[in-house]
Design a protein around this ligand. Structure first.
Ligand code: ADP
Ligand code: MG
Length: 315
């Protein structure tokens, strides 16, 4: 999944009451990856996950999922696309109160016209440890059970991507870790890609990568690789780039500097406009901005690690 320059403006009665919930967000989620999104309340997390999952339309920007541009899909096709490829788990359980757990899990499969939904339902209920509870109604379940039931529903149609919003928000620490462990197993064993919103650092830190969001913009992306964490430096929507402190000290730059960028052959030169110093030359030659995936032959942005069309991992 890749989202480019996504904006969402909730329109108020007058222009001055408009709420800009997302201001040019760029996000990538690769096949088999587990990414968490963390940020304070009101920062746009729910809006982001809803827009990425095609539940609400962005005001501007493009979202690709497995090679399909969902932002231009007509609604009927979008609904079908969501049903086939995406699973949603939200904090507020979307279980139907009148139905038993088993009936709830079976519902999305019936809607999608799946064959033998009963068998799959029992498998899912067993996987989330709710076989004994299958005849119960949602009101008879605990918070952790409800959340696991919601996960079973989300997985009913074998999505490739699971989108979660504060899924452990209402749970105690032990239960929320149980739910997370179950999801992490699915991620690692079945390659389910997961994008999970939280405001809990402990939950967020279990992901491969953490996106920090504030006031509708993604601030930093932290790459977690086993124990060592390294930060990715990228140009933000406002045209800002964070330069590692070490490099800044080396070339004597202030905290905030403006650059003039000039492209010279195979590299870029940055001319700091507020400091009298020679241009900073990127040591690595700048590669072309796009590359071709060897597995599916489609063109993808140079910086991606996994192909956005087929999930192939680049070296
Ligand atoms: P978070 O999930 O991080 O708490 P939200 O995405 O729910 O943030 O909200 C981001 C901003 O958008 C907030 O200022 C919120 O008040 C506003 N907002 C969210 N949904 C709507 C809506 N349907 N109409 C108008 N404003 C909204
Ligand atoms: Mg929210």
């Amino acid at each position: 999944m890749a989202a480019h320059d996504v904006f969402k403006i909730y329109e108020g009665k007058e222009q001055r009451t408009d709420v800009v919930a997302l201001r040019g967000v760029n996000v990538e989620l690769h096949a088999g990856e587990f990414v968490s999104i963390i940020g304070p309340s009101g920062s746009g997390k729910t809006t982001l996950i809803s827009v990425l999952g095609g539940l609400i339309r962005p005001t501007a920007g493009t979202i690709f999922i497995r090679g399909t541009t969902i932002t231009t899909l007509p609604t009927s096709q979008l609904v079908q696309f969501r049903r086939e490829h995406l699973g949603f788990v939200f904090q507020i359980s979307n279980l139907v109160p009148m139905l038993t757990l088993q009936e709830n899990v079976m519902l999305p499969m019936k809607v999608a016209g799946k064959k033998d939904p009963k068998k799959r339902t029992l498998e899912l209920l067993s996987a989330v440890g709710l076989t004994e509870r299958r005849k119960h109604k949602p009101s008879q379940l605990s918070g952790g059970e409800l959340q696991r039931a919601a996960i079973a529903c989300a997985l009913a149609n074998d999505p490739e991507i699971l989108l979660g919003d504060e899924i452990t928000g209402e749970l105690d620490t032990t239960t929320s870790q149980e739910v997370m462990d179950y999801l992490k197993d699915l991620n690692q064993e079945q390659g389910l890609a997961m994008l999970v919103v939280t405001h809990n650092e402990q939950i967020a830190s279990q992901a491969n990568r953490i996106l920090r969001i504030k006031d509708g913009s993604v601030l930093t992306q932290r790459l977690r690789e086993d124990t060592s964490a390294e930060e990715l430096y990228e140009i933000s929507v406002k045209g800002r780039i964070t330069i590692p402190e070490e490099l800044r000290r080396q070339v004597g730059l202030e905290r905030l500097v403006q650059f003039r960028i000039s492209s010279e052959g195979d590299h870029l030169k940055l001319y700091p406009s507020s400091v009298k110093s020679p241009p900073i030359v990127a040591e690595e030659p700048i590669k072309p901005v796009e590359k071709t995936c060897p597995a599916c032959s489609q063109t993808v942005p140079q910086q991606v690690i996994y192909c956005i069309h087929c999930g192939h991992k680049f070296n």
